[in-house]
Design a protein around this ligand. Structure first.
Ligand code: EPU
Length: 352
């Protein structure tokens, strides 16, 4: 009788930090060099990552680099999250619970869910970036944000080397904000996210752009796929594709102001675009404010303002973080001078 084959013990590849260019790892396409970079593609490597952070600090965790302004030289350690996989965890009466690993491309997960017939993420189609980055800024578009479709996530606490499951309350989601944006850089690494896709599915069509979409208004009640396709159409028409021209999506958050300020501004500027919030405040359309200041389509050096959506700053070729931030500051100054409103950048600006 032959011996049974020896059990093979899986050994994840060792994490060896190497210097590398991050130009292809940030959607603004800024030239950037990491002194030490590792790609994390197995959860078995998390302990080794915690070890490495003792020798290399600070730690910068990079997903799709779609919401970051990277300096020419990134000090410390860069960990690119390349954990992959997606599966159905549970078929609940009120929701499909789908888990996706942090390194999956967000739009691929949205498409896969639509292909399975699980609606709920269609308004969030084509948002650049990875699954692990989605909770950090609580991505949102066309009346839906991640928090609305969130079950829980698993995150590795890097200094204490423990895996934690976090609920929406733990994540403290708010408009383009979460606890992860305020944690110390390199404290948490999001490993996977569980999404709750509602059953029965109902379309969310309140957003003006969706109501105007001719393809959607024709015929009876739309399917999740029809909404998905409409969102893709609208985004492709308005927002630049980072593969064609470097950008990080909306560069500023839509500012929140109190009702008195909004009324004063509306009296002085009759076209002012504002949205009432549940707490009585108003969100102003930053794109409108920037557009009215005459910035749409303009450039300052190699950094520019997109010609179809003034909220998006673009790299017209060879821009550095300083170029982008100089443009951002000029826009902030003009908006402050004209409207008395502070614009806050949406992306994470990494220090060199
Ligand atoms: N507007 C202008 N000129 C411009 C841009 C916008 O007048 O150049 C006006 C529009 O006509 C509209 C209003 O401003 O009346 C709002 O514009 P839009 O509907 O394009 O949305 P937004 O507020 O500029 C937000 C998100 C986007 C998201 C869209 C759709 C933020 C910071 N941005 O943009 O998110 O796709 O709504 O839901 O909340 C992102 O975060 O990267 C992003 C693209």
């Amino acid at each position: 009788m032959s011996n049974p084959p020896a059990a093979t013990i899986f050994q994840a590849p060792e994490l060896v930090p190497r210097s590398r260019s991050l130009a292809a790892c940030n959607t603004l396409g800024l030239a950037s060099q990491a002194a030490a970079c590792v790609a994390l593609d197995h959860i078995e490597q998390l302990d080794a990552l915690s070890d490495l952070t003792r020798r290399h600090a600070p730690l910068l965790i990079l997903g799709g680099g779609s919401n970051m302004v990277l300096p020419p030289q990134v000090p410390g350690l860069v960990a690119r999250v390349a954990l992959r996989g997606m599966h159905l965890v549970q078929e609940r009466e009120d929701a499909w619970i789908v888990e996706a690993a942090a390194g999956e491309v967000w739009h691929d997960v949205v498409s896969a869910c639509i292909a399975q017939g699980w609606g709920g993420l269609e308004n969030l189609a084509l948002i650049p970036g990875t699954v692990g980055a989605a909770p950090v800024q609580n991505i949102g578009a066309y009346g839906v944000e991640l928090a609305d479709r969130f079950d829980s996530l698993q995150a590795w606490h890097i200094p204490e080397r423990r895996m934690v499951r976090m609920t929406a309350a733990d994540c403290r989601f708010a408009y383009r904000d979460s606890t992860f944006k305020h944690a110390q850089s390199g404290e948490w690494l999001i490993v996977s996210v569980r999404l709750a896709l509602p059953r029965p599915w109902r379309p969310v069509l309140d957003y003006p752009d969706l109501q105007r979409d001719a393809g959607l208004s024709a015929g009876g009640p739309p399917s999740a796929r029809a909404v998905f396709e409409a969102v893709c159409r609208i985004r492709r028409a308005k927002l630049p594709d980072p593969a064609v021209i470097g950008n990080a999506g909306s560069f500023f958050k839509n500012p929140l102001v109190d009702a008195r300020m909004r009324d004063e501004l509306a009296a002085r500027f009759p076209g002012l675009v504002s949205y009432a919030q549940p707490d009585g405040r108003y969100k102003l359309a930053a794109g409108w404010l920037i557009d009215q200041c005459g910035w749409k389509g303009r450039s300052l050096g190699p950094a520019g303002v997109h010609d179809r959506q003034a909220l998006v700053l673009v790299n017209r070729g060879g821009a550095t973080a300083d170029d982008v931030m100089a443009l951002a500051s000029a826009i902030q100054r003009d908006v402050m001078a004209r409207y008395g409103v502070t614009l806050e950048p949406e992306p994470v600006v990494v220090r060199g």
